[in-house]
Design a protein around this ligand. Sequence first.
Ligand code: GLA
Length: 357
Amino acid sequence: MSAATDFEKTFESPCEVTARAPGRVNLLGEHTDYNDGFVLPIAVPLETTVELARSRDGRNHYYAEELQERAWSETGGAVPSGFAAYLHGCLALLRLSGHHVDPVSVRVTSQVPMGSGLSSSAALEVAFLRGMRELFRLDLDDVEIALMAQQAEIRYAGVNCGIMDQMAASLADSTHMLFIDTRSLERKLLPLPPRSELLVIDCGIPRKLGESMYNLRRQECEEAAELLGIASLRELSDLGQLIKLPRNLAQRARHVLTENERVLEAVKGVHGCRFGELMNASHMSLRDDFQVSIPELDLLARLLQEQVDVYGARLTGAGFGGACVALVREGKAAEVASNVLALYREQGQQGKLLVPQ
Ligand code: GLA
């Protein structure tokens, strides 16, 4: 008899389906997705894996290996806390959309770090929905999976997020940038600028206050659009219009307008140096206008930007902690990482290399 798998040790029944989805890093277009704007994420070579089987007792059972946490729920019943809320949310939405699914046992393992801004939650939701699609032969395409994953996050985990992370987890690969117009969901895969590669470093501070501040920024953007009489800040075309807004809302709106312009310039196919300048400008705008940076992210971004082999660097993801992404001369990422991590340590900070590994 063969040795029991980890799934069998957890649930005492064999795994029926295994599915995966990657984390993502966003290169340009931050806090633009919930303003109907443009984004440019890429998948990272770190994945979340979900193993699934039908459960035997009418309940859904969840186990997360890295967290060593177990939970259960009944479809349509109370929402469990922690990682299980995302899975429960996906199940509830599948049912609400008319898909027939039986209760399941789910084992999650993940290489995508939590709280680093690489969107571990979208990777979890998309991997799980892919697994459910296969197990129950559901008629769901990759965009529908992304939209359902986003709703799970909004309705069951309380984060009023945009569509970027789930689209990236569902449709991106780690060799191309995925340009998305988040209003139409039109998209295009594009190569990185020639002779460049990516570097992602965690600043050592997990996203604190992330969810409440994120929801607040979103509200501010909606308020600004309403005061300007437009459906979303995507429609803003002229900085002159911002005069009508209170100072803080004018700053938020200016970030969205300039960030959309940066993405649209980048996707024309600029070389590494220009792409890097756009990333640096994006960091400044997120720090000064959108106000989602923290001193550690500013320090790390500056140390990266000062390296000769770095084209540009910025905080990535929602901010308030997490990681910085840099575009680096091809072949130089590992060397730049070790220099920058040493300099960061000299300033009393502990960073962590996330990509490349
Ligand atoms: C989080 C959200 C995304 C996006 C980014 C900021 O990752 O989930 O929808 O808004 O923040 O760009």
